[in-house]
Design a protein around this ligand. Sequence first.
Ligand code: SF4
Ligand code: ZN
Ligand code: ZN
Length: 333
Amino acid sequence: MLVADRKLKCSLCDKDAIVRIPYAKLRLCKEHFSHYIERRVKEAIVKYGLISKGQRVVIGVSGGKDSVSLLYILNKLSKEIGFELVVVHIDLGIGDYSKKSREIVKSLCESLGVPLIILDLKELIGYSLPEIVRRVKRPACSICGSIKRYLLNIIANELNADAVALGHNLDDLITFITKNFVLQNLFEISKLGPKSEGRDNLISRIRPLYLISEKEAYLYARINNLPFIEEICPFADVKSFEKTLRETINEIEEKHPGFKISLAKSIARNLQLYKSLGVEKPLKHCRVCGAPTSEDICSFCKLTEKITGRPLGGEVREKIREYIRSVRLVATV
Ligand code: SF4
Ligand code: ZN
Ligand code: ZN
């Protein structure tokens, strides 16, 4: 996708095109590009059965381009389709990066009039992400991902939500899918479709940006003047294998437009096949906090026990419950 020559006209109207989309053979002006992205997100929602009328959807918004674009689009669609949206932002305590992210999410939610729940990791467990990373010998992103999954699932349960919407875009998914293919973790690919079905108290996770590329999400946020954090998280590994894969995939896309979307659609069609290549571990309830886990004790309780000497899942759940009760009074979630 390239920014088009100003002299070229939009394929759908007389205005100047601002973008060329090779895989769709389209040049679009600002308005038509926005409509095009919104329409494709809606199509993914309908095609993959991600959200239905009357449902309540929790959306995790970090403040990055993907999640703010997703929030903006889902907020529009919530009125059209008729579902309820609750935003959750998790403040990881990563210095200025987290402060800016938090302010961005707050201001966007205020301007959209969407209920927002902010969870502050330091307030919840006494440690920020950088403090945890110093104590635990695991990659920061793996710790961060597991904390966010745990907290979003608790909130979704407490709010009786039907789904947790994630801002994973097409590039993220194709990169994870390709990595798992290269490593021959074929069963893992079955978890990278547009929807991971929930089981018991594990709430379904949906990816409405499944067919939207990183560049499209960026341009959508820019065109619609959405605030988003431009800095890269200080823990992001810029030399990672995933980064190299991502660049290689984009080189293929440039030479063969439509490669990423075709692959994503094929994966979505073949999820059952990948599922049959492994055995899903039975879901249990964590002995400490009751959260869904395949072990006796969930990863959050194990992590917090390692850092503080006590598993904190149960206490965190209580704090969140209390917090939601107080938020409800003002935000009518
Ligand atoms: Fe978390 Fe890693 Fe993303 Fe930073 S880059 S927000 S540590 S997942
Ligand atoms: Zn146009
Ligand atoms: Zn637990």
